[in-house]
Design a binder for this molecule. Structure first.
Ligand SMILES: NC(=O)NC1=NC(=O)NC1=O
Length: 243
């Protein structure tokens, strides 16, 4: 059995459950999924400030996962917070859900649109498109203008807004696929793909399969150069636990 640690960088237990269930639904027979979230941090990630806080929790979970002998890691927040720092710390592969979903979308469509939560997180998705080299593949970015945790309030309101936005995007954007821009939307992709007849891609499941692929190919994070383990130094105060 190989273990893939799926990290929800926010501290919402309900969203961690949603993410873990989506990951388990696609995991291979020989893959065990461990879904975790930081004990301390931010209940939802909706901007640069939240991301900076969440990144520390991601690093703590990466360290814990390494000590538990996990084979690979997924960062299950659409901003991929702490991704490169996590790759320095990790021995195994680390894949973020934004990069995973974007990569998968480019394999099935020439253009994809992104449907995410609050408008202020759109810039984060734009920055990732630039960083990953997918700017020219993204037709449009949309926000449902609801907070991240509206996806966990049980009303179904956020889910319906995602559905409506996907329908409008398919009609208007000239995109062949949709990328869901939040870890909390992980459970919507299969149903929306069926109903809309267009690939609607969730990054949690995409990232789990990409980590499995990397492991199957014997590929781990390169330790040659800038993703080598962090330079040893004495971390102080609350950061001692990251030593
Ligand atoms: N764009 C987003 O909604 N990002 C996210 N914030 C979270 O707390 N989880 C996400 O995936």
């Amino acid at each position: 059995k190989q273990i893939i640690q799926v990290i929800n960088p926010n501290t919402s237990l309900a969203m961690t459950e949603t993410i873990g269930a989506a990951a388990r639904a696609v995991a291979a027979e020989n893959t065990e999924i461990i879904a975790v979230c930081p004990a301390q941090g931010v209940p939802s990630i909706e901007g640069h400030f939240d991301e900076a806080i969440a990144a520390i929790g991601v690093l703590e979970q990466i360290k814990a996962g390494r000590e538990q002998g996990v084979s690979g890691h997924v960062i299950a927040c659409f901003g991929d917070p702490g991704l490169l720092a996590a790759r320095e710390l990790a021995q195994g592969p680390v894949v973020g859900i934004a990069e995973a979903a974007m990569h998968m979308a480019t394999l099935v469509a020439t253009r994809f649109s992104i449907v995410t939560t609050l408008p202020r997180t759109l810039i984060i998705a734009r920055h990732l498109l630039q960083q990953y080299g997918f700017e020219h593949h993204c037709a449009a970015l949309h926000a449902i203008d609801l907070p991240v945790l509206a996806l966990e309030d049980g009303s179904g309101k956020a889910q319906e807004k995602v559905r409506q936005r996907c329908i409008q995007s398919i009609r208007e954007d000239g995109c062949g696929a949709i990328v869901l821009g939040c870890g909390g939307m992980a459970d919507l992709a299969q149903e929306l793909t069926r109903e809309l007849g267009v690939p609607v891609i969730d990054g949690v499941t995409a990232a789990v399969k990409m980590v499995e692929s990397l492991l199957a190919l014997g590929l781990s994070t390169s330790k040659h150069g800038d993703l080598d383990y962090p330079i040893r130094k004495k971390l102080s105060g609350q950061f001692e636990r990251l030593n």
